[in-house]
Ligand binder design. Structure first.
Ligand code: FAD
Length: 507
């Protein structure tokens, strides 16, 4: 220590338990914090979207980002969803009442980890990509094959309906990883040669080209596809869905200033598309059968609030209505009204892609059924992401979650479990949704509730609503209360029902 110059020196009395603080050393911003009595120093911003980690939460030996709940191990910098890339860690020595932050630690090669003889992952979405990468980051040296069928490879799907569709995020933000990354990490990235059959008894996967892959462990990460409308005119070329980068490009090509769009579906994707099209000065009408948008997921009050945000930006709603046909004149509704449309975007939900699993005789349950270690009914075959229905420890229900961070965390958790990690998948579902300058963040999962506990004010963008069933808080929605969302998530992970109840009352 005596010979190593410090980058930073912070009095020990100022490095407080669980209270992260940013210090600057030249051009570097360093987060310094004490957790479990030990001082740590890391990069100060999140590797996902650059969120300020000091405004997040220190829980155990992790720091979590307030923006989208990415979580980083303070000792190693390793990330969990929605971040993939580790953050930098600094060597720290504490002596004589001073925390000395030494240089940035070179990323150490992980200790070799034993695992299956090989891993084949089908599906190059975020779940599959996160699993492949986490296998390497956790020291797996065996063969890893990632079979993908969607150019250009894994993408930042949530951005497709947000900044990318608005035009404020350049296209280079969208790919999560590229071929060079996979070559560097010795991941055999197969693009454009999809898996057409799996044989769990022979432990093989057949690709469309005729290539056969054998595996020690097989990971199904085939995700979901956008549901199509089933009505006259649904296949016209100006009727779009939004799942892939190609879908987003096609919508952008139509979204000229002054164009008229009808968005069918008033749930998250439809409403985010509406907001992004308004930013491009497109005239937008939204059609949905519900009386209040999003009410089934976040309750009527927040649903009405979100509707008002859109109306203030000029979106016109046709609720309690279904489309009957799409023709030259536009979209005809079930009451006979015709909404003129240059183009239509259908956001009417997704269907899990379970065909490969079904053909192999794997048990389905409105998705692919897995146990707490994400294993399907076939030994050695696992399922993660949008296709997997798994036992959720917090609610005690079997759930299938369609969220970006959850898909990634399942991929990362499965990698650790394949390498001998104990326990099961325990992460709490989390998602966010952006409407103009307002972001909702949602922790947990509630399909029904008997009570809503509110704190704060939606108008002031400082609000929380907790959805309780049978006296247990199943989910919490926050607007502007990022710290509360993080605290609730950490308490749910610990299984601390009393802690969650106290937090949602405090607000
Ligand atoms: C526009 C949009 C916005 C969203 N916004 C948010 C948000 O704000 N917050 C949030 O939490 N979530 C959001 N989501 C949801 C989130 O993106 C998904 O939950 C997540 O991408 C699921 O990841 P996945 O890897 O399980 O599946 P997918 O992303 O669907 O990936 C599966 C991949 O598998 C491939 N595949 C399928 N079959 C085969 C085969 N036989 N062979 C080879 N490859 C195959 C598919 O081509 C696909 O590339 C959004 C989704 C969309 C579409």
């Amino acid at each position: 220590m005596a010979d190593t110059p410090s980058l930073l020196q912070v009095p020990s009395s100022e490095v407080l338990e669980g209270r992260a603080k940013v210090h600057t050393a030249g051009a570097e911003s360093v987060l310094v914090v004490r957790a479990g009595g030990k001082a740590y120093a890391t990069a100060a911003t999140c590797s996902h979207y650059g969120g300020p980690l000091a405004e997040g939460l220190v829980a155990g030996a992790t720091v979590r980002c307030p923006w989208h709940h990415a979580c980083f191990d303070l000792a190693t910098g390793l990330a969990s969803g929605p971040a993939m890339t580790p953050i930098a860690c600094y060597d720290v020595v504490e002596e004589g009442g001073v925390v000395h932050v030494l240089g940035k630690r070179a990323a150490a090669a992980p200790a070799p980890a034993a695992g299956p003889v090989s891993v084949v992952i089908i599906g190059g979405g975020v779940a599959g990509a996160a699993c492949a990468e986490a296998l390497r980051r956790n020291g797996y040296a065996g063969p890893v094959t990632l079979v993908a069928d969607e150019p250009p490879g894994p993408v930042d799907r949530p951005n497709l309906s947000k900044e990318y569709l608005v035009g404020t995020a350049p296209e280079e933000w969208i790919p999560l990883r590229d071929a060079a990354f996979y070559a560097e990490h010795r991941i055999d990235f197969v693009l454009g040669d999809p898996a057409v059959r799996i044989d769990p008894r022979e432990r093989t996967v057949a690709l469309r080209s005729g290539r056969a892959l054998s595996y020690g462990a097989l990971v199904l990460a085939t995700g979901a596809e956008a549901r199509r409308l089933d009505l006259p005119g649904a296949v016209r070329p100006n009727v779009h869905t939004l799942r892939t980068l190609a879908d987003a490009r096609a919508i952008i090509a139509r979204a000229k200033e002054g164009a008229r769009a009808v968005v069918i579906g008033a749930s998250f994707i439809g409403l985010e598309v509406a907001a992004s099209l308004r930013a491009r000065k497109v005239e937008v009408e939204v059609v949905g059968p519900e009386a209040v948008p999003l009410a089934r997921i976040v309750g009527e009050k927040i649903g009405r609030f979100v509707r008002s945000l859109h109306e203030a930006k000029g979106v016109r709603f046709h609720l309690g209505r279904r489309p009957a046909a799409i023709g030259d004149a536009g979209v005809t509704l079930d009451d006979g009204a015709v909404l003129p449309a240059d183009f239509v975007v259908a956001g009417v939900g997704v269907a899990p892609r379970t065909a490969l699993a079904a053909a192999a005789g794997i048990t389905l349950d409105r998705g692919v059924a897995v146990d707490e270690r994400l294993q399907t009914s076939e030994p050695g075959v696992f399922a993660i992401g949008d296709i997997a229905r798994y036992p959720d420890p917090w609610s005690g229900e079997r759930v299938r979650i369609e969220h970006f961070a959850a898909a990634q965390r399942q991929g990362q958790a499965l990698a650790r479990m394949l390498l001998g990690g104990a326990g099961g998948f325990r992460d709490v579902p989390f998602f966010w949704s952006a409407h103009y300058d307002t972001t909702l963040s949602y922790v947990g999962h509630a399909e029904a509730w008997d009570q809503v506990l509110e704190t704060g004010s939606l108008e002031e963008r400082a609000y929380s609503a907790a959805f309780e069933k049978g006296g247990k808080v199943l989910a919490v929605v926050c607007v502007g209360k990022d710290a509360l969302g993080l605290e609730v998530e950490a308490a749910m992970e610990r299984g601390d029902a009393a802690g969650v109840a106290a937090l949602v009352r405090r607000g």
